[in-house]
Design a protein around this ligand. Structure first.
Ligand code: CP
Ligand code: NVA
Length: 300
């Protein structure tokens, strides 16, 4: 695997291969087995948006693999002062062995890969969050034992998370339903592909989408960069919440996931969040293991 730009670039076999390696790396870490598969290698980590999980899990992940993660904030590097992405790509390719980037435009991630000569990993754009979804699939498989045939329901904004969840969950054989307002649907091209699988529905009817769900998922109503739209979005998404009513129509053993950070009493109630905190923080932990697998597959 050369890069991780978006999940639609990966085959189902490549996704399962990452999950299998992630499970192995998690096992090795829990048993104190050192795994310096990237000894001497450096990952440049560009952030033009905030992050807790992505930043810490990539930096710790590189350390645990025997390499180095370099935190490159947009506020500090020349990219933030207008140095072109294609020049940044060529410079970092002379120093580093891989680049992870969190930014706004998907085209910037694709351009890093195009103009650089080292692997590029997408740590979130407005379009996609593939690393998160690999951790999500790992967590679902851990808790449910398998992925194929599970009913997955996302409630909320048709955003980067929804886009990547649709692709990731469908590729591994799950059924996907999305409940969102008509004006906030996921990416049209992704939905067209999703519909061709025959295992995808999108609706504004939350109980219809959540009925018999094995996994319920939600994300914030206003993503990073949409702070100015927060009031409009609060009105548009009122009711698009995982709460007791939604849990009542899902399967009795349904799990609940959230990529975090969460806004309690907006997209999820405090009560449901805390009842499923074990799953949600397993999911956060699995960012580390899943990304280490991606690092090994791309930079190893
Ligand atoms: N879920 C996620 O990507 O979290 P951060 O924004 O903290 O990295
Ligand atoms: N949709 C959210 C996800 C954060 C991990 C955002 O882009 O801000």
């Amino acid at each position: 695997m050369k890069h991780l730009l978006k999940l639609s670039d990966l085959t189902p076999e490549e996704i399962i291969g990452i999950l299998n390696l992630a499970d192995q790396l998690k096992y090795e870490k829990k048993h104190g087995i050192a795994h310096p598969r990237l000894a001497g290698k450096t990952l440049g980590m560009i952030f033009t948006k905030s992050s807790t999980r992505t930043r810490v899990s990539f930096e710790v992940g590189m350390y645990e693999l025997g390499g180095l993660g370099l935190f490159l904030s947009n506020r500090d590097i020349q990219l933030g002062r207008g140095e072109p992405i294609r020049d940044t790509a060529r410079v970092l390719s002379r120093y580093c062995d891989g680049i992870m980037i969190r930014t706004f435009d998907q085209s910037d991630v694709e351009d890093l890969a195009k103009y650089g000569s080292i692997p590029v990993i997408n740590g979130l754009t407005d379009y996609a969050h593939p690393c998160q979804v690999l951790a999500d699939l790992m967590t679902i498989r851990e808790h449910k034992g398998a992925l194929k045939g599970l009913n997955f329901c996302f409630v909320g904004d048709g955003n980067n998370m929804a886009n990547s969840l649709i692709v990731g969950c469908l590729k591994v054989g799950m059924n996907v339903s999305i409940a969102c307002p008509d004006a906030y649907r996921p990416d049209a091209q992704i939905m067209a592909w999703a519909e061709s699988t025959g295992r995808f529905t999108v609706t504004h009817d939350i109980p219809a989408a959540a009925r018999d769900a094995d996994v319920l998922y939600t994300d914030v109503w206003a993503s990073m960069g949409q702070e100015d739209e927060a009031a409009v979005r609060r009105a548009a998404f009122a009711g698009y919440q995982i709460n007791d009513d939604v849990m009542a129509v899902a399967k009795p053993d349904a799990m609940v996931l959230h990529c975090l950070p969460a806004h309690r009493e907006e997209e999820i109630t405090e009560k449901v969040f805390e009842a499923h905190a074990n799953e949600i923080f397993d999911e956060a932990e699995n960012r580390l293991h899943a990304q280490k697998a991606v690092l090994v597959k791309t930079m190893g």
